[in-house]
Design a protein around this ligand. Structure first.
Ligand code: TYD
Ligand code: MG
Length: 462
């Protein structure tokens, strides 16, 4: 019997199989198995026969070392990373092609090269592109006004060469690999971008980053389904996972942290893509509300929170006569299932009948909202669209809605109200406040507590 030399690897979850099947038995996805070479040595072969070295244990107690962080001077990026870049940490930046990952990281290294590292010498930055030629990167730097920044630039894709180069020179402080899907390790035969290659080259580069103690940025492309190609293998290996998202039709971009060993997750940074690169947006609420016209039925301002940051956004609803065979429900920027739930609650619990109407819901500006706190604002926009009565222009709304129509408390009410006050809003519809918790006391905004969605209609009548 000949020895097996290949295996089948699921490109979605990284599970391995001896035989090809149409459906991955691990994650249930179809047509994701790709034949790849078996790693030359298995784990047990590597460890067999060798005696390991003994190590010492320490106490859980003890003063933690204060972590030094490099500051990229891009406040939004530093905040999303937990207050700066930790030497020896690995940050995966995912996003759709063309969203601005290369632009963001080139700006970051250009700024970083002007700062000093822990030892007090200038931060050494390296940018390795596997997708673009040196000239293309230079052209972009010129466009961004950084052509004289002290950044070491190279176009390379072989991980062995990259490791040899970085090991031989003076140790870098920050290294950008753009992108991990173009890198290949010559110990494997499979093509760049396959799970095997992404895992092997990711592993090599991460080990190097830990050994030489530099901050490593790995750029990763997102597949059509919205996940990083080879997602699980990479996400587990790195310290921080950031997603760069946004709508190509809109000029703003959001950098979101979904995993961070050195800071809070769900933190967002907001940028605007301009002719001269990405600009930080210090006041995102003002940006998202910039095009709002007051006194229009179907529009409601939601006071949201993303990470540690309050964010006001306009929710728009349109209720129109049915145009097809069955009523249409179209949602942009929110969960369609959640819209169906709110509609059902309004109909069954509050007697507000939408019936055979087309319903469209849009989060203005191309933002994607996931907070349940958005429920009441959506209900408000829907009722306003149906009754053709505008929500007062100086009112913000937040609160989660339960299946019986009750409105539930949401976290960080104070933060939401303060932001609304700052932007000139005068009224707020909020969930009932627990008396023990003295939230929402500070702001001068006029607050109306709503216990049940049924009472929403009173606001339109009044
Ligand atoms: P890029 O950083 O190449 O995206 P990614 O690396 O995520 O694939 O960004 C490409 C887009 O950004 C491109 O469509 C042009 C636009 N862009 C600007 O609008 N202004 C700029 O200053 C730059 C450099 C790019
Ligand atoms: Mg790019």
């Amino acid at each position: 019997m000949t020895k097996r030399t290949t295996q089948y690897v699921c490109q979605n979850c990284g599970a391995t199989f001896a035989k090809w099947t149409g459906k991955c038995e691990s994650c249930g996805k179809w047509n994701t198995l790709v034949e790849e070479d078996l790693p030359e040595k298995t784990h047990s072969q590597i460890t067999a026969g060798k005696g390991g070295k003994k190590f010492d244990f320490v106490d859980l107690r003890g003063a933690p070392e204060i972590i030094f962080r490099l500051k990229s001077q891009i406040g939004e990026l530093d905040r999303v990373c937990g207050g700066g870049l930790v030497p020896g940490s690995v940050i995966l930046v995912g996003g759709d092609p063309g969203i601005g990952k290369s632009t963001l990281l080139l700006q970051a290294v250009a700024h970083l090269s002007e700062t000093v590292n822990k030892a007090g010498s200038p931060t050494k930055c390296v940018y390795i592109s596997g997708e673009e030629s040196v000239d293309q990167v230079r052209l972009r730097a010129l466009r961004l006004g950084f052509s004289s920044a002290n950044v070491a630039l190279a176009s390379a894709t072989n991980v062995r060469d990259i490791v040899a180069t970085l090991e031989s020179g003076p140790a870098p402080d920050v290294v950008i690999i753009d992108s991990i899907q173009t890198m290949y390790s010559d110990t494997l035969d499979s093509a760049p971008g396959t799970v095997g290659q992404v895992r092997a080259s990711g592993n090599e580069l991460i080990r190097l980053a830990k050994r030489l103690n530099f901050t490593l940025f790995l750029v990763g492309h997102v597949t059509k389904e919205g996940t990083l190609a080879g997602p699980r293998v990479l996400e587990h290996m790195v310290d921080t996972v950031l997603y760069f998202e946004g709508d190509r039709g809109h000029h703003f971009r959001i950098l979101r942290s979904v995993k961070n060993r050195f800071g809070a997750t769900d933190e967002i940074g907001v940028f605007e893509m301009t002719e001269s690169g990405l600009q930080e947006v210090k006041n995102p609420s003002a940006l998202f509300l910039a095009d709002r016209r007051g006194n229009i039925a179907g529009s409601c301002v939601f006071a949201g929170v993303e990470g540690s940051r309050p964010l006001l956004v306009e929710i728009q609803a349109l209720v129109a006569p049915m145009s097809g065979q069955s009523p249409r429900r179209a949602v942009v920027g929110w969960d369609a299932g959640r819209l169906a739930m709110i509609l059902a609650v309004l109909e069954a619990r509050c007697g507000i009948i939408f019936g055979a109407k087309d319903i469209y819901l849009n989060i203005a500006g191309g933002l994607k909202l996931t907070e349940p706190a958005c429920d009441m604002a959506v209900a408000m926009a829907l009722v306003s669209a149906l009754t053709q009565k505008p929500v007062p222009a100086d009112m913000v709304v937040f609160g989660e809605v339960g299946l019986s129509g009750e409105v539930r408390a949401v976290p960080q009410s104070d933060l939401r109200l303060k932001e609304a006050e700052k932007l000139g809003f005068k009224k707020a519809l909020i969930p009932p406040q627990r008396s023990a918790k003295k939230e929402c006391k500070e702001s001068a905004i006029h607050k109306t507590e709503v216990g049940h969605l049924r009472t929403l209609t009173d606001i339109f009548r009044g």
